[in-house]
Ligand binder design. Structure first.
Ligand code: PHE
Ligand code: NA
Length: 455
C-alpha cells in the first residue's frame, strides 16, 4: 500500500522532524567546517575574514537555505525538475531548469575531490589506530607530522586506495535508500560528532595557546582583508551550508510537510557555524603553541592535530575518535553530494537506485583521479595558474555556487507567485514579506557586491 503525501510515496518521506534536521545538518557539517574553514581562515589572515564569512551566513546563507529547503519540499523532485515544476506552476517563463541542472553538476564535481580529502581522513584514522603518533620515545614536532602529510600526498596509490574505500562506503549507504541508508546513518552519527568536538576543544584550551587563537580568529584587522579573501569567504558560505548544489533541494523533497522550513534552516545554519568556530578554536591554539604557520594550507589540520594526539594522555584513543568523527562528518556530507545526481538519474532515466548510484560512483571515481594526480605527478599549475584540484575547488565554490545562489534568489524573488510562497511557509506573513525582500534585493545585492565587486 502506498500512502501519498504531496503525491510522493511515503517511503521517501523522512520520519519525524528531527530526522530532517539531522540529515540536513549532516550534509552541512563536514570537511568544510573541520578542514576547509580553519585552513582558509589561516591563509586569509583570520579575524576580518571570519567576520565577512559570518556576515555572509546571516545575509544570504540563511535566507537561501530556507529558499532551497522550501523549494525542495514543494517540488518533491530532483533539483532540475523542481525548478521546472515551480516555474510552470508560477506561470512565468524562462529556462530555470538550467539552474537546477548546474546545481547537480556542482555537487557531482565537489564529490570528486571531496572523496580524496575524506580519504586523507581515513588514512589518518588508520595510522592513528596503528599508533604512529604514539611511538614511545618519539618526540613529534611539526617537521615530523608535516613530513607524514607530504608523504601521503606524494603517493597516488595510497590516495587512490583510501578515496576508493570512502567512495564505496558512500555508495553502500546511498544505494540502500533514503530511510534504510541515509536516515539510519545520520541519526546516531550527528549527536556523537558534537560530543567529541566538545571534548577536544577542552584539551586544546588547556594545552594550547588559546588566547592567541581567539585573537587570531576574532580580532578583525581589515588591512589584512584582500579582495581574494572576500571572494573565498562568499564561496565558502555557500559550500559550508551545502547551497546551490542540489543537496538541500533534494533533501527538502524528502521533508515532511509538517516541519517548519524556517526553524529547520536556523537550526542547521546554527549547528554548522558552531562546528566551524569550534573546529577553529581547537586547531589554532595548537598552531600557535607549536609555532606552525597559520597559512600552511590544506595540510593544516593533518599537521597540527597529531601534535596534540602525540602529547596528551590517552592521545591515541582521542586521535582515533577524532579521525573517526572527521570521517563520519565527511560521510554524511558525501551522501548528500551523491544524492542529487542519483535522484536525477532515477527520475529522469528511470534507472533503479542501485544502477543510478553505481553509474555515479564509477564516473565520479574517474574524475577524482584528476585530483589525486594533481597532488603529485601533475602538481604544476595548469589551469589559470591553479592545479586541477585548486581549479575544481575554485570553479565549484566560487563560480558555480555563487552564480547558482544568485539565480536561486532571483527565481524565488521574481518568479515564484504569492500563493507558492504561502505554501512554502505555511501562510506565515511575518516570514513571507521579509523573505521576498531578501530574495529580491538583499541577497542579490550582497552577492553581487561581494562576489563581482572584487573582480
Ligand atoms: N557542506 C559540506 C561541508 O561543509 C560540503 C557540501 C557542499 C555538501 C555542497 C553538500 C553539498 O563539508
Ligand atoms: Na559545512
Amino acid at each position: 500500500v502506498i500512502i501519498e503525501e504531496n503525491s510522493k510515496p511515503v517511503d521517501r518521506i523522512w520520519r519525524g522532524k528531527i530526522t530532517f534536521v539531522m540529515a540536513a545538518a549532516g550534509s552541512a557539517v563536514g570537511l568544510g567546517n573541520m578542514w576547509k574553514f580553519p585552513y582558509i581562515a589561516g591563509e586569509n589572515g583570520g579575524g576580518a575574514f571570519v567576520l565577512v564569512y559570518l556576515a555572509c551566513i546571516l545575509c544570504f546563507g540563511i535566507p537561501l537555505l530556507m529558499a532551497e529547503i522550501g523549494m525542495g519540499r514543494m517540488g518533491r523532485s530532483n533539483a532540475q525538475n523542481t525548478f521546472r515544476i515551480l516555474r510552470r506552476e508560477s506561470g512565468s517563463k524562462g529556462p530555470w531548469g538550467v539552474v537546477g541542472a548546474l546545481a547537480i553538476v556542482t555537487s557531482y564535481l565537489i564529490l570528486s575531490f571531496y572523496i580524496v580529502v575524506a580519504g586523507w581522513c581515513l588514512y589518518y584514522l588508520w595510522i592513528t589506530v596503528n599508533g604512529q603518533f604514539n611511538i614511545p620515545g618519539q618526540i613529534l614536532d611539526k617537521s615530523v607530522t608535516g613530513g607524514m602529510f607530504d608523504n601521503l600526498l606524494a603517493s597516488p596509490q595510497t590516495l587512490i586506495i583510501f578515496s576508493v574505500v570512502f567512495l564505496l562506503i558512500t555508495f553502500g549507504i546511498v544505494s540502500s535508500g533514503i530511510k534504510n541508508g541515509i536516515e539510519k546513518t545520520v541519526n546516531w552519527m550527528m549527536p556523537s560528532l558534537m560530543l567529541i568536538l566538545v571534548l577536544l576543544i577542552g584539551y586544546s584550551i588547556r594545552n594550547g595557546d588559546f588566547s592567541a587563537a581567539v585573537h587570531f580568529l576574532f580580532n578583525a584587522d581589515f588591512h589584512k582583508l584582500t579582495l581574494n579573501a572576500i571572494i573565498v569567504a562568499v564561496g565558502h558560505s555557500f559550500f559550508t551550508l551545502s547551497l546551490a548544489s542540489g543537496s538541500m533541494i533534494t533533501y527538502g523533497s524528502y521533508m515532511s510537510a509538517k516541519s517548519s522550513v524556517v526553524k529547520t534552516s536556523l537550526a542547521v545554519a546554527g549547528i554548522d557555524t558552531l562546528v566551524a568556530l569550534t573546529a577553529g578554536l581547537t586547531i589554532f591554539p595548537l598552531v600557535f603553541e607549536h609555532g606552525l604557520e597559520p597559512g600552511a594550507g590544506p595540510g593544516l589540520v593533518f599537521i597540527s592535530l597529531p601534535l596534540l594526539f602525540g602529547d596528551m594522555p590517552y592521545g591515541q584513543l582521542f586521535g582515533t575518535i577524532f579521525f573517526l568523527m572527521l570521517f563520519v562528518a565527511a560521510l554524511t556530507s558525501a551522501i548528500s553530494l551523491m544524492e542529487p545526481t542519483v535522484a536525477w538519474l532515477e527520475q529522469r532515466f528511470f534507472l533503479s537506485r542501485t544502477r543510478a548510484a553505481l553509474l555515479t560512483t564509477l564516473t565520479v571515481w574517474l574524475v577524482s583521479l584528476g585530483t589525486v594526480f594533481s597532488l603529485n605527478i601533475w602538481d604544476n599549475p595548469m589551469f589559470f595558474g591553479k592545479t586541477f584540484f585548486d581549479a575544481l575547488d575554485y570553479l565549484t565554490a566560487n563560480i558555480l555556487m555563487t552564480a547558482g545562489g544568485l539565480a536561486t534568489a532571483l527565481f524565488c524573488g521574481y518568479c515564484l507567485k504569492e500563493h507558492q510562497l504561502e505554501q512554502m511557509f505555511g501562510g506565515n506573513r511575518a516570514v513571507i514579506v521579509p523573505f521576498r525582500i531578501a530574495m529580491r534585493y538583499v541577497v542579490p545585492l550582497f552577492v553581487v557586491v561581494l562576489a563581482i565587486g572584487p573582480i
